[in-house]
Design a protein around this ligand. Structure first.
Ligand SMILES: Nc1ncnc2c1ncn2[C@@H]1O[C@H](COP(=O)(O)OP(=O)(O)OP(=O)(O)O)[C@@H](O)[C@H]1O
Ligand SMILES: [Mg+2]
Length: 267
């Protein structure tokens, strides 16, 4: 009988990271469950993208550990990270498609880099992936001619083309209208189910979070403020969590705004 797989496929322990004097991550302990969707929320600048980059070894912690299955990925030298990264799809916050390449070539790019597939196997896989994200037959399009939502979907096809076990999504819905965001949410859920993916989604889109999360985490100023089931978040009376979920600024945050020109300064 195969040994039972541990519940968490990725784990961080006591993660600290500073950039010069800016102490961004202040001791992050997180577990990401296998074949589940964990959503990490938090205000802009709280360290979400920095946390995510530690999970694929793009950043190294100042202190703490990052586990990928049984391996300490934070200790793997850059040159040996390839086999790990092949198991992880990454949808970057900036979506970054190569505008000099067709949609098909963009999606095929990781296959060229990391697989031994033949030309025809590659084009078959690309076709399947584009179908999965609802962009069938767009191989020959130039990415520059696509809308923001279409670009996100192509980037998503590229992130999953190597059939990774884990997909990291950094702000998958930023810049999309609510309908497009809903479509991306649906895609994330479907891929998770169809491929039994482990999904780690960083976002401040509250609606998306509740739509897809099995587990939710709220980061605030480099610390975990709260984590638990969507139900825990829905029913919490923690004032700062409620403010975040409802999108309400504190009086202090509003008072920090400069008066708009021509406006009487308040108090
Ligand atoms: N490579 C870097 N060098 C220096 N500072 C950085 C670097 N990357 C991030 N930071 C700083 O770390 C802090 C957290 O950044 P991060 O990108 O993780 O925020 P975020 O939570 O993802 O915000 P957003 O929701 O706006 O994407 C910010 O103060 C940012 O300026
Ligand atoms: Mg970010």
């Amino acid at each position: 009988m195969a040994p039972e797989l541990p519940d968490a496929i990725m784990r961080t322990e006591g993660l600290h990271k500073s950039f010069q004097r800016n102490h961004v991550l202040k001791g992050i302990d997180l577990e990401f469950k296998r074949a589940a969707t964990t959503v990490v929320m938090g205000p802009s600048g709280c360290g979400k993208s920095v946390m995510l980059k530690h999970l694929i070894g793009l950043l190294k912690p100042d202190a703490g550990k990052v586990w990928f299955d049984q391996d300490r990925i934070d200790q793997v030298p850059e040159a040996q990270l390839g086999p790990y990264r092949r198991r992880i799809g990454f949808l970057f916050q900036q979506g970054a498609l190569f505008d000099s390449m067709s949609v098909g070539a963009n999606v095929a790019f990781p296959l060229r880099e990391h697989s031994e597939m033949s030309e025809s196997e590659r084009s078959e896989r690309v076709e399947t992936m584009l179908e999965m994200v609802g962009m069938p037959g767009t191989q020959d399009r130039n990415p520059a001619t696509l809308s923001g939502g279409q670009r996100k979907r192509v980037a998503l096809a590229r992130a999953i083309v190597l059939q990774p076990e884990i997909v990291l999504y950094d702000e998958p819905t930023t810049g999309l209208d609510p309908i497009r965001s809903d479509i991306i949410g649906e895609l994330i859920s479907r891929l998770q189910e169809a491929l039994q993916l482990t999904s780690i989604v960083v976002t401040h889109d509250v609606q998306l979070s509740f739509r897809i999360a099995d587990r939710m985490v709220l980061l605030q100023e480099g610390r975990i403020h709260m984590q638990g089931s969507p139900e825990t978040f829905r029913t919490t009376e923690d004032p700062s969590v409620r403010r975040f979920l409802e999108g309400r600024a504190t009086p202090e945050e509003l008072a920090g705004l400069q008066p708009v020109e021509g406006e009487e300064p308040t108090a």
